[in-house]
Each structure stands twice: as structure tokens, then as C-alpha cells.
Design a binder for this molecule. Structure first.
Ligand SMILES: [Mg+2]
Length: 129
């Protein structure tokens, strides 16, 4: 079963996202990272098992845009579907994220409901088992 990588500098946000995933019935193993740099380290050893990345935008060290831009340039991880989960929900920001990573598979603006998160990630995980 593919792993889900949750990248957010807020531990509370990560916990909330993970709870929604698990309440929705997904039993996929979950990995966590507190910023883009940590997420890259996590992917370095787990990239073959990761089926989706849920990524915050505003984070220290390496932000979400820098992170998705970086992985888009590395063939081994470029194909991993990325869903941004962020307060940066304007059309400009969404376009910027799409330009940074063509595999952007979804965009969830905070605050969001469990239903939105569930309906966004369900088809991605189902097509990527
Ligand atoms: Mg943040």
C-alpha cells in the first residue's frame, strides 16, 4: 500500500490532516515532514512507496513551492502526485504552483472540510495503488 507524505510546519495541522485521512478509512502508512527540506530527506529513502504528497505552502527552510518545484526536476519523484493544502488559495498562487510542478494533482485552500480533503485524495490514491 502506498504511503502518504504530509508536509506542514504545524504539528497540529499535520495531526488534523492525518485524522481526516484515517477517519475516511485509508489505512495507508503515513509519513510526516515539517518543511520542504525534511520532505526531501523523507522522499530520498521512501520515494518508491509514496503515492501522494499533501503539502503546505508557508513553511520555514524550504517552503512548499520550492519543494514541489525541486521534486519536479528529479525524475524519480517528479511523477508523485502533489496536493497543496494551504491558505494561499488565490488563482495566482494556484497558477504558480501548477507552473512549479506539472503533477500538481489538487489544491485545497485552508480552512477546509474533511469532505473536501477526502474527495480530493480518494481518486488519487485509488488510481495510484
Ligand atoms: Mg505553514
Amino acid at each position: 500500500m502506498k504511503k502518504i507524505l504530509v508536509v506542514d510546519d504545524s504539528g497540529v495541522q499535520r495531526k488534523m490532516i492525518i485524522q481526516i485521512i484515517q477517519k475516511a478509512g485509508f489505512q495507508n502508512p503515513i509519513l510526516e515532514a515539517g518543511d520542504g527540506a525534511q520532505a526531501i530527506q523523507t522522499l530520498a529513502t521512501n520515494f518508491q512507496d509514496v503515492g501522494i504528497v499533501l503539502c503546505d505552502w508557508n513553511m520555514p527552510n524550504m517552503n512548499g513551492l520550492e519543494f514541489i518545484s525541486a521534486i519536479a526536476k528529479v525524475p524519480a519523484v517528479a511523477c508523485i502526485p502533489v496536493v497543496m493544502v494551504t491558505t494561499e488559495g488565490t488563482a495566482d498562487k494556484i497558477a504558480e504552483a501548477k507552473a512549479a510542478n506539472p503533477n500538481l494533482a489538487g489544491y485545497i485552500a485552508k480552512p477546509f472540510t474533511p469532505e473536501v480533503l477526502q474527495s480530493t485524495i480518494t481518486p488519487i490514491l485509488q488510481s495510484n495503488i
